[in-house]
Design a protein around this ligand. Structure first.
Ligand SMILES: Cc1cc2nc3c(=O)[nH]c(=O)nc-3n(C[C@H](O)[C@H](O)[C@H](O)COP(=O)(O)OP(=O)(O)OC[C@H]3O[C@@H](n4cnc5c(N)ncnc54)[C@H](O)[C@@H]3O)c2cc1C
Length: 383
């Protein structure tokens, strides 16, 4: 059976950042990816926003890693020639009732260190975005957008330059805990192969919870339960009426009212929120009227028929319908009790923004693993 120091499961943005970090720290790394290309999961279906850290619960892993990730990501992209721009975001209260929500967002953002924020009244908003009708808004100039695929290619390039090997079309099927680490059963294009490793990093996105649940010996409280939320996106045809990203109050968000731009200047609305039992990427164009109604809450000029079906994403969530947003499960040996293993479950937004410090945190968890027979270097991988 072949043996390597570290196996990373999943070649999305977080798996690639972890592979890069471990390889640059001196570990021999194999990335196993079920699909035939990198970045076809959540990382290909995000809003591509570099979040400033406005919404996440202060002290949560999302809040901490988002704020450090934002700065690290801007620096990394500049250094590696990946397109990334701080175009700014407006968080809008569409009516009087949403003002207290907006005040709460501001307090939360300040507690998180989310950077500069400006409170704008209706006239202030109109000076920035003449098409918007709302009661007030928060302007976050530190929020940006990134070319997520360019970022993943850069991370993979760094990882491979440091010796990491990418195995596409290779699905992890089984994990056995052994005295020296893990014995993995892998399906490589229909052929069953075996691979042993000392460190196992589970960054399989929506596939991460089933993998974690299959590993013997995890403390019961660290075995993740995950709910799935489907999100549909509609593209806006024609030139964008906005220069900023727009995030309306929660009910309007959930109905599809978030507006984001890509680096080519194309606008899109979404995701909305639909709880599902099984992974389903089917796009229901019949959701367009609900999107139109939501968007018109702050953009009354939206033409009927301007929305085109775009794509669907599935978010793994630790909270279910009607429950408060739960934290990510970032669990290393100290949390779950299995040496050499890190599980990452429920890693939806802001995982793209936070990918670089997530990778540092994962490496630190393995380094701190008292049973580790081979150390990972403690130095952070340079940008
Ligand atoms: C709708 C939506 C919008 C988002 N918007 C933003 C945003 O604007 N900004 C932001 O910061 N974050 C955003 N996020 C969050 C961000 O996209 C994710 O946190 C991040 O992409 C997760 O990366 P990942 O590598 O963990 O997972 P993924 O990108 O899903 O990659 C997991 C990989 O694992 C592979 N895999 C699964 N099972 C196996 C197996 N058994 N064997 C081998 N490989 C396997 C999959 O094929 C996949 O390639 C958004 C997420 C969603 C869903």
């Amino acid at each position: 059976m072949d043996r390597t120091k570290c196996v990373v499961v999943g070649a999305g943005v977080i798996g690639l950042a972890c592979a890069r970090r471990m390889a640059m720290g001196g570990s021999e790394v194999v990335i196993v990816e079920a699909a035939d290309a990198i970045g076809t999961g959540m990382s290909a279906r995000s809003n591509e926003v570099v979040h400033a850290g406005l919404y996440y619960r202060p002290g949560s892993p999302q809040a901490r890693l988002c704020v450090s990730g934002r700065d690290a990501l801007f620096a990394y992209c500049e250094h590696h020639g990946v397109a990334c721009e701080p175009i700014g975001k407006l968080v809008v209260a569409t009516d009087e009732a949403a003002l207290s929500w907006l005040t709460g967002v501001r307090a939360n953002a300040r507690a998180n260190g989310a950077g500069e924020l400006e409170w704008l009244d209706e006239d202030g908003v109109r000076a920035l975005e003449p098409e918007i009708r709302c009661r007030a808004a928060l302007h976050s100039p530190a929020t940006g957008i990134v070319d997520s695929h360019g970022l993943m290619l850069a991370l993979l390039g760094d990882a491979e330059a440091a010796g990491a090997v990418l195995a596409l079309g290779s699905a992890l099927r089984s994990v056995s805990v052994t005295p020296k680490g893990f014995a993995l059963g892998i399906d490589s294009g229909g052929e069953a192969t075996r691979l042993e490793c000392r460190f196992l990093i589970n960054a399989a996105g929506i596939g991460a919870a089933p993998i974690a649940q299959s590993i013997d010996g995890l403390r019961p409280e660290s075995i993740p339960k995950i709910h799935l939320a489907k999100g549909t996106f509609f593209a806006l045809s024609g030139p964008s009426p906005f220069r900023h990203l727009i995030v309306p109050d929660v009910a309007v968000q959930r109905a599809g009212g978030i507006f984001t731009l890509d680096l080519a200047g194309r606008g899109r609305f979404g995701p909305d929120e639909e709880w599902i039992a099984e992974v389903d990427y089917g796009l229901d164009a019949g959701r367009a009227p609900a999107f139109t109604a939501a968007v018109r809450r702050y953009y009354p000029g939206l033409d009927s028929g301007a929305l085109q079906p775009d794509y669907v994403a599935v978010r793994p969530r630790r909270n279910g319908p009607g429950e408060a947003m739960a934290d990510w499960l970032l669990a290393g040996p100290r949390e779950h009790g299995v040496a050499g293993l890190v599980n990452m479950c429920g890693f939806e937004s802001p995982g793209l923004t936070a990918a670089l410090p997530i990778a540092d945190a994962v490496a630190a968890m393995l380094l701190a693993d008292a049973d580790a027979d081979v150390a990972v270097t403690g130095a952070a991988a340079p940008v």
